[in-house]
Design a binder for this molecule. Structure first.
Ligand SMILES: NC(=O)C1=CN([C@@H]2O[C@H](COP(=O)(O)OP(=O)(O)OC[C@H]3O[C@@H](n4cnc5c(N)ncnc54)[C@H](OP(=O)(O)O)[C@@H]3O)[C@@H](O)[C@H]2O)C=CC1
Ligand SMILES: CC(=O)N[C@@H](CCC(=O)OP(=O)(O)O)C(=O)O
Length: 358
């Protein structure tokens, strides 16, 4: 088996939320040696000016983001705005094809270029192995999970955080053929850090602290094709999804409520067993005991996804609720989990199972 022990890592976009969380998680990883850190407008500054909570890296100076500054590491993590990863990644691949590049942005997640162009509006950079180890591949003769694809990968496309939550909620029912994929409805409560650090008027504390506000309503959110892609991998022939995220006054966290019609004639008693089977051996995806409901608070700082499922028999629908920390299981923790698989390290190495509370 392919196995590297200690590895050097560069993080591009280290001044942002995703890059900062990547550094926090990597600081707890026994095999990671953090080397180059890069940024864009804040290049030349000390990291501590942008990530004051990362005391052990406070004096590190941010280099400009370029293939020159990022080359020469075992692992490069790209935490850049959408559309900025493709060119950097292509040049890194030319210089050293054995470097593992982990993209926290969306550029390499979608396998269909037309979907990319429709939702992101520019040219598709290509498709990389998808970084959700728990993703079910139910259409295959021997059902497997995505971690088999990630073993020895040198490119990893980390999922969108909303996508991780909705996919983990619904996929057991899709894979077991218990729910219909043509009428999926997902409504999410999302913390502000998901929007990144750049200043936007509706994200000002004076506005946002006093309200819950929907955004990307009416089928426009760019995570829709990514969720559909995952549910197809999990066994759905085709998918239609109504997806509505809502910003709520919390810094981190996603609470995703996703529902789908129970296949007519299905015994509702089969539902819980399907979710139990899918997640029985998963270290980070926990189906809660019946009657307990996930909260975002119980995931903060941890690489866990908490899932619950119920059947609404009057409505004929299965209701799933999933909570994650968008920056951990939804981004940096999920990325390190996939990276561990690619490196041949124990999948859980260096990853927090326990969160912070209150
Ligand atoms: N926040 C989240 O919960 C999640 C984020 N992601 C993804 O991670 C990526 C980063 O997001 P996030 O950290 O939230 O965003 P932030 O706005 O917080 O950070 C963006 C980072 O990218 C740098 N940057 C800005 N413009 C450019 C550019 N033109 N070229 C190169 N670098 C640039 C910034 O540098 P500087 O500050 O110096 O200008 C900063 O380091 C995005 O693709 C996002 O979708 C994925 C999952 C969840
Ligand atoms: C609150 C908020 O704006 N959340 C973002 C989360 C996006 C994200 O982090 O995923 P990407 O990597 O695909 O951008 C959103 O829903 O678009």
């Amino acid at each position: 088996m392919f196995m590297r022990m200690s590895f050097t890592v560069a993080v591009a976009g280290a001044s942002g939320y995703a890059g900062g969380e990547m550094l926090r998680v990597l600081l707890g990883h026994p095999e990671a040696r953090i080397e180059t850190l890069t940024a864009h407008s804040s290049a030349g500054n000390a990291l501590g000016e942008h990530q004051p909570h990362l005391r052990s890296l406070a004096d590190r100076i941010l280099a400009p983001t370029s293939p020159d500054t990022l080359a020469g590491h075992d692992v490069v993590v790209l935490a850049l705005p959408h559309g900025a990863s493709g060119a950097v990644a292509a040049e890194l691949a030319q210089r050293d094809p054995t470097t593992i590049v982990v993209d926290l942005g969306a550029d390499h997640r979608l396998s269909n270029a037309a979907d990319w162009e429709a939702y992101y509006g520019n040219a598709h950079a290509g498709t990389w192995p998808y970084g959700l180890p728990e993703l079910l591949h139910a259409g295959e003769s021997v059902p497997t999970k995505q971690r088999a694809v990630l073993a020895e990968a040198t490119r990893i496309a980390v999922p969108g955080c909303n996508v991780t939550a909705v996919t983990l909620g619904l996929q057991p029912g899709i894979a077991a053929g218990l729910i219909e994929p043509l009428d999926v409805v997902a409504v999410l409560a999302n913390g502000y850090s998901g929007a990144g650090k750049s200043l936007k008027p509706h994200l000002l504390a004076a506005e946002g602290l006093g309200m819950a506000q929907p955004y990307a309503v009416g089928g426009t959110h760019r995570h829709i094709p990514e969720i559909a892609q995952n549910l197809r991998v999990a066994g759905a022939p085709d998918v239609t999804i109504s997806f509505t995220p809502t910003l709520v006054p919390m810094s981190r966290g996603i609470l995703a409520t996703a529902t789908a019609r129970l296949v007519p004639g299905t015994d509702p008693a089969l539902v819980r067993a399907a979710w139990e089977t899918a997640y029985a051996d998963e270290p980070f995806v926990h189906l809660l005991p019946a009657g307990q409901w996930p909260t975002t608070a119980a995931t903060l700082g941890a690489n866990t996804a908490l899932v619950q499922v119920a059947v609404d028999e009057r409505a004929g629908r299965v209701v799933t609720v999933t909570a994650i920390d968008n920056l951990v299981k939804g981004t940096a923790g999920g990325a390190v989990q996939s990276l561990n698989v690619a490196l041949g390290l124990p999948e859980t190495l260096g990853l927090p199972l326990d969160g912070v509370a209150p």
